[in-house]
Ligand binder design. Structure first.
Ligand code: PNS
Length: 160
């Protein structure tokens, strides 16, 4: 069984994330999308909400499962029989940090990282920018799945 993890904050998942998850699902027998919990970073969505958004947005992908984890990503990989980490690269500015993490993760565990080039249509996307644009009334319909869009608008309405 060839298993990979797509880790991230997913606050919330964007179409850029979903593109990488779908392409990883074509390459591996199973892909686990892991929401990494960072207690020092308060997000817009709770961890349970992020999991639900991901479950709903990936429900057409039969070999994808959604999970959360607090701690080292490589410990999660060890405990779940995962040999590879898959991340998307939007631009050269992502590269330095991703390379550093890939090398660190390999050094401490032997787990390999595959850096997949993002679909250029999504290279400007980030969860933070999507939230910021949506907060000020900008249109983000093409940037997130319909379900995430609906939940994002509902969350912003709650905050008003
Ligand atoms: O979506 P993000 O915030 O860019 O994802 C970064 C993430 C969560 C993948 C990264 O910070 C991570 O792997 N955190 C888990 C803790 C860990 O293993 N840190 C050592 C990284 S070398």
């Amino acid at each position: 069984m060839r298993r990979a993890v797509c880790p991230g904050s997913y606050d919330p998942a964007t179409n850029g994330h979903l593109d990488i998850i779908e392409r990883a699902a074509n390459l591996f027998d199973e892909v686990v999308v892991a929401v990494l919990i960072n207690k020092s970073k308060r997000g817009m969505f709770t961890i349970d909400e992020r999991l639900e958004l991901l479950r709903e947005s990936t429900k057409g992908l039969s070999n994808v499962r959604i999970d959360s984890w607090h701690g080292l990503l490589t410990d999660y990989c060890r405990d779940n029989g995962i040999q590879s980490i898959v991340k998307g690269l939007r631009s050269v500015s992502d590269f330095d940090y991703e390379l550093q993490m890939a090398q660190m993760n390999r050094e401490i565990s032997g787990v390999e990282t595959l850096l997949m080039s993002n679909n250029p249509a999504y290279s400007f996307l980030s969860s933070s920018l999507v939230k910021e644009v949506a907060t000020y009334g900008g249109d983000v319909t093409t940037m997130v799945s319909p379900y995430v869009h609906e939940r994002l608008l509902a969350k912003l309405a709650e905050q008003d």
